[in-house]
Design a protein around this ligand. Sequence first.
Ligand SMILES: N[C@@H](CCC(=O)N[C@@H](CS)C(=O)NCC(=O)O)C(=O)O
Length: 207
Amino acid sequence: MKLFYAPGACSLGIHVLLEESGAPYQAEWLNIREGAQFKPEFTAINSKSKVPTLQKDDGSVITEFPAIAFWIAATNPGAKLMPATADGQAKALEATDYAVATIHMQGFSRMFRPVNFAPAEGDHEAVKEKGREIFVKGLAWLDKALEGKDYVAGDFSFGDAAPFYVVFWAKERLKLDLPANVAGFYKRMLARPAVAKVMAAEGLVAA
Ligand SMILES: N[C@@H](CCC(=O)N[C@@H](CS)C(=O)NCC(=O)O)C(=O)O
């Protein structure tokens, strides 16, 4: 199985889950800064031109963070990445979808790619400000979701991977002060051997 990733991108969460799963995998750096995602060699694998992309050993491909995260948890039962109850599974999916679809795609993307939301340069500051507002609101939601818990579904699960990468961006890229429960979650995540291994493999440093 092969994960196409870019260092510090949202694929970081899937990289962590693969490492946590114990399944054998290969991590292939796709240089999205230089446009490798648009080259025919890659679009033949994922026409969406995005990481994370997971290519299974039979050549079939899974795209979209939530789908990949769910599949890794479902196919590696021994790693206990899938919460045992329907309530726990719903919590894991809820946190994954909110982190990817709202905090990342609506918040972070507005801050880093304002042109995708407003073509006129004069509107970019307002777009960035809206993105920051969405991002900060997202962190506040996550803080509440983590109240009295170590991880979003109680025990560590696939549902922690997407919150992890957005919190990594909050702390290391946006230099935001993390709310208390989120700060505790980030510290616990960084202390996990699989996370430390992936951070090192991607050349990432947590301040
Ligand atoms: N909806 C996708 C989002 C993936 C995504 O936005 N990936 C970014 C990196 S964080 C990417 O590949 N960007 C390259 C590009 O847009 O050209 C998912 O859930 O996997």
